[in-house]
Design a protein around this ligand. Structure first.
Ligand code: LUZ
Ligand code: MOS
Length: 751
């Protein structure tokens, strides 16, 4: 089934923030961001801005009734800088005017001077200076010190991966207006409406029940609106609350790129030890996470890096340390994969390093070390229903990797300028928020008298198709057409205390809550049906919008059943609450069972490199993926294709550049390149591994949002292999993204 929103999207009827009809008297806001990356504010003069005709008011930290604090995990982030600015673009003031243009003009009239402070953009330098956002954490397994003695080969190296701009099509923004009883209503482009509500409560000093946050859908998010939509929601709310007027704030693309954080760059040192028969015996790494100026979600992202630092491999002796480093960049934040891609890039770099030194294909090392059933992850969880070997073996057979390898070497020996390369990328991704508390959700279901159904959950639709999946869940349980079902906006007054829609778990958590609500309703409806048809409740089933008794028609249609239930004064509304069972994590030991289950898969990526120009094409992506029992193969395949492309972009062409003064140079779409159709692989072939699917996945359909991004990591190593084919003197190094410029340097670099 297609996404239920497709028709509205392509006809332009879907409502995004900017499509909400504006109330009379709506004002428009624009943010003044610090022009420097680090400094003490010596003067802030808003008078010229304030006196521009059409300007209603300029807000600074002085105007905040509650706390000037928006930090989600750690209270280290002001809404508006008070004394010191910590990054270029940090919000200092908000101009509110009659129209948007005036607000933007007024922003330019604000005068701020600063006494410069030292700017740090490099995480290793930050660590040297003791600038850490939180203390480092280490995950351990086995005995790393003793393990090196058992190794026949030991290799060391460094791996760096870059930032990534989310580039959601809809920029950050919010529309807030006063409502009855000293309350405030906010439409926000956020993945986390409760975070917005809670933070408004803190900043305005009003209780959460006076704040209603509503989200129809987002024009993309990718993690960039898990935490960073909050500040902008709060700004709009603050202005609306104080001025008693509707206030709209929608960031200009250039401001969005400059002011918001990105995927964390990481810089890591690694050491890997193997035996002669290619068993990885020991792996040690120290990673420096570039956190930016405040914590944001960095501590949680650091945690997921630790969890995924051994990817899909069992390594008996492991020690992984991550430092979360404070730098003078916008606070880096959630981005599809949430630290896991950065961690996986390091272990894959270590394997590639070993393979190149040992002159064997990396996939021989990969294959030898894949997880097996009942292996213990380095965080203590026992691996169950492990599918990685099935995926790997299926891929090797199905796409005849031996033959592709032979074809590539034949091509390479008969071509001087064009070289091909291939790499395999296995993925093992844990499903659940690593913070156990967040793994809960609620659903509210109304069946109306006419048999139509309204569903509210905490899930945010951001293009990923969660509304379609939820509609299918309810349609399956009630055995009615999805056309009877409407997904309501996500609203904190209808469904409270929501976790953000993140961690690939939106459909699982909210879908399982929905199942609980629907089953309660179903039980009541069956009781009514049993009474109506003089039968036992156990003999009643609902099929195709009709009541059956022992499998035979009763003549009672869905609408009739619902209407009779209403006449009998039976409640047609239910609430479902779900919390993932079994999971826990003990941070004092760094061991536990944090994930409901794992998603497995493997990709083979082939590329062709033009060794004169350094340009390249990704030819094929062959993927074997474990979907479980997919609720919606069209949506799930779409997620794989999109994730793959986003991963390829991160690894190859997307280059976020800051200068030493902490100014973003890749600040527009003319200087920041994301993949387009021409950079897509000519072939993307996705094979679904047939598995039953885990109980904890919604209707056994596995989470699919983030895992495929990491298939894109294969593009880095495929390109690297093509470079080696041209330049045997090139000693592989690991510094993503592998842009054409960098490729060219490596092609002609001598050992
Ligand atoms: N967000 C979060 C996430 O708060 N916790 C997580 O574990 C997570 N994982 C992936 C993506 N977003
Ligand atoms: Mo996320 S990286 O918001 O799942």
């Amino acid at each position: 089934m297609n996404n239920i929103e497709t028709g509205n999207h392509i006809s332009g009827r879907s409502v995004y923030l900017d499509d909400i009809p504006e109330l009379k008297g709506t004002l428009h806001a624009a943010v003044f961001g610090s022009p420097v990356a680090h400094g003490t504010i010596t003067k802030l003069d808003i008078s010229k801005a304030q006196s521009l005709p059409g300007v209603i008011r300029v807000f600074t930290f002085n105007d905040i009734p509650g706390q000037n604090e928006i930090g989600g995990i750690i209270a280290d982030e002001p809404l508006f800088a008070a004394n010191i600015v910590h990054y270029n673009g940090q919000a200092v003031a908000l101009v509110v005017a009659n129209d948007e243009l005036t607000a933007r003009k007024a922003v330019k009239l604000i005068e701020m001077t600063t006494a410069p402070l030292e700017v740090i953009t490099d995480p290793r330098m930050a660590k040297e200076k003791g600038e850490l956002l939180i203390p480092p954490r280490t995950f351990r397994q086995g005995n790393i010190t003793g393990a090196w003695k058992k190794c026949d080969f030991i290799f060391e190296g460094r791996a760096d991966s870059g930032a990534q701009e989310h580039l959601y099509i809809e920029t950050q923004g919010a529309y807030a207006y006063p409502s009855d009883n000293n309350s405030i209503k906010v439409h926000s482009s956020t993945q986390g409406p409760t975070s917005v509500q809670k933070t408004i409560s803190r900043v305005l000093n009003i209780p959460m029940n006076h704040i209603e946050v509503d989200v129809a859908r987002l024009g993309g998010a990718f993690g960039g609106k898990e935490d960073q939509a909050t500040g902008f929601g709060v700004m709009a709310a603050l202005a609306a609350y104080i001025l008693h007027r509707p206030v709209k704030l929608a960031l200009h693309r250039l401001d969005d790129m400059r002011m918001t954080g990105k995927r964390h760059p990481y810089s890591s040192d690694f050491r890997i030890g193997l035996t002669r028969d290619l068993k990885i015996v020991a792996f040690q790494t120290t990673m420096y996470q570039n956190g930016g100026a405040s914590a944001d979600l960095s501590p949680a992202i650091m945690e997921r890096t630790l969890f995924h630092s051994t990817n899909a491999y069992f390594i008996p002796n492991t020690e992984v340390t991550v430092y979360s480093c404070r730098t003078n960049l916008p606070p880096n934040t959630a981005f599809r994969g949430f630290g896991a891609p950065q961690g996986m890039f390091v272990i894959e770099s270590a394997i590639a390093k070993a393979a190149s030194e040992m002159k064997i294909p990396a996939h021989e090392i990969q294959q030898k070390n894949l997880l097996r059933e009942n292996d213990e992850f380095h965080y203590g969880q026992t691996a169950k229903d492990v599918r990685i070997r099935n995926c790997f073996d299926t891929l090797i057979k199905r796409y005849d990797i031996e033959k592709i390898t032979a074809e590539i070497s034949a091509f390479n020996s008969s071509n001087e300028i064009l070289k091909k390369g291939m790499a395999l990328m296995p993925v093992c991704f844990g499903i659940s928020f690593t913070n156990t508390t967040m793994n809960q959700a609620r659903a509210l279901v109304h069946i109306y008298q006419d048999g139509s159904i309204g569903i509210s959950t905490g899930a945010i639709e951001m293009g990923q198709g969660v509304n379609t999946k939820l509609a299918e869940v309810a349609a399956t349980l009630f055995s009615v057409s999805t056309t009877r079902i409407k997904l309501e906006t996500t609203n904190t007054s209808r469904v409270a205390n929501t976790s953000p829609t993140a961690a690939s778990s939106g459909a699982d958590l909210n879908g399982n809550a929905l199942i609980i609500a629907c089953n309660k309703l179903l039980k009541r409806l069956k009781e009514v049906a049993a009474a109506l048809s003089n039968s036992n409740i156990d003999d009643i089933t609902l099929e195709n919008e009709a009541v059956l008794k022992k499998g035979n028609p009763t003549g009672i249609a869905w609408e009739t059943l619902v209407h009779k239930a209403f006449l009998s004064r039976i409640s047609l509304t239910e609430n479902g609450h779900y919390s993932t069972p079994y999971i826990y994590f003990d941070k004092t030991k760094e061991k536990g069972h944090p994930f409901a289950y794992h998603v497995y898969g493997v990709a083979a990526i082939t590329v062709t490199l033009d060794c004169l120009r350094g340009t390249y094409n990704v030819n094929d992506a062959h993927i074997v993926h474990d979907f479980g029992n997919s609720l919606n193969p069209i949506i799930d395949r779409g997620q794989i294709e999109g994730g793959l492309m986003q991963g390829i972009g991160w690894m190859t062409m997307e280059e976020v550049v800051y200068n030493d003064e902490g100014r973003l140079l890749s600040n527009s779409l003319s200087t920041y390149k994301v993949p387009d159709i021409y950079s897509a692989p000519e072939t993307v072939d996705i094979h679904a591994l047939e598995t039953e699917g885990p109980e904890l996945a919604v209707m056994k359909s596995k989470a699919v949002g983030e895992p495929p991004l990491m298939y894109g990591i294969g593009a880095y190593f495929a390109l690297q292999n093509a470079i080696i084919a041209f330049n045997p003197g090139y000693k592989p190094d690991f510094d993503a993204p592998l842009t054409p410029e960098k490729v060219l340097m490596k092609l002609y670099k001598r050992r």
